[in-house]
Design a protein around this ligand. Structure first.
Ligand code: NAD
Length: 242
């Protein structure tokens, strides 16, 4: 049996109006990731962190899924695709995808670092001066987004899916630099047929400790804006899935 595995990053949602992360030199919406996305510093930057994610949540409420999100949701219906995303937005779900593996968490949820409870809050502001967990915790409440240095509970499921790919399977990678998760190396060594679609070719070679996706690591490369490339990627996936 052929399996379709889809692995996505910030580039997938760029055409919907959500800025990527690495395209702006490690700044995310003009903020340093050291301040807004790092486990060892977030409590020190408590207000900035909450203001940042409040504003990401407010923005998320105003944007819409694009053609690439819709295509991926359709692949789930057609081929039972497994969808893994590094994105914290919910645009895949809003396009109709289900069971998406969010390896870096979800913007629409909060997590209590004291008791571990996760709470869906949607697109509303978290009032960090008074909103608390059910256990009473105020200062331990963080967005349910995986920060640098934090354990990522969905990684084992992701590695298992990627490790189990066979020569009959198809891996589609859209909109990721590969700097956080080295999907280029995985594609290069996997027996699965692989497709890469990013905005453009990254000219810098992937090296140990400095990973990034390179075209040579993939069997097929279709660069361009994800929403515009969707019809072409879809045709190739149809051919490969048979
Ligand atoms: P990245 O920013 O490191 O890389 C983005 C990649 O997308 C680049 O390779 C670029 O070529 C490509 N790209 C840019 N615009 C594109 C477009 N219109 N169409 C297709 N491809 C396009 O992203 P990453 O590898 O996902 O790593 C960033 C981390 O930051 C993620 O782990 C994620 O948690 C977080 N993040 C998430 C969001 C989101 O949820 N939408 C947005 C920014 C950052």
């Amino acid at each position: 049996m052929k399996n379709l595995i889809v692995f996505t990053g910030a580039g997938l949602s760029a055409d919907s109006g959500i800025q990527t992360f690495r395209d702006s030199d490690g700044l995310w919406e003009n903020h340093s990731v050291d301040v807004v996305a790092t486990l060892s510093t977030w409590k020190r930057n408590f207000e900035t962190v909450h203001r940042f994610y409040n504003s990401r949540r407010a923005q998320l409420a105003t944007v819409q899924p694009n053609a690439a999100h819709v295509m991926i949701a359709d692949w789930q219906r057609r081929y039972g695709a497994t969808v893994i995303t590094q994105n914290i937005d919910d645009l895949l779900e809003r396009a109709g995808a289900t069971g998406v593996i969010h390896v870096h968490g979800k913007l629409t949820e909060m997590k209590c670092t004291a008791c571990g409870e996760e709470e869906y809050i949607g697109y509303v502001e978290w009032d960090y001066t008074k909103d608390r967990c059910h256990c009473g915790c105020l200062k331990g409440m963080k967005p349910n987004v995986i920060f640098f240095g934090e354990t990522a509970p969905e990684y084992p499921r992701m590695w298992k899916t990627l490790d189990n790919m066979t020569k009959d399977d198809v891996l589609v990678v859209i909109g990721t630099s590969g700097k956080v998760i080295d999907i280029g190396t995985i594609a290069a060594y996997s027996p699965a047929t692989s497709i890469l679609s990013n905005l453009e070719t990254d000219e810098i070679m992937s090296m140990p400790g400095n990973p990034r996706v390179n075209d040579w690591q993939f069997d097929h490369v279709l660069h361009g804006q994800a929403s515009l490339m969707a019809p072409e990627i879809d045709i190739l996936v149809k051919e490969l899935m048979g």
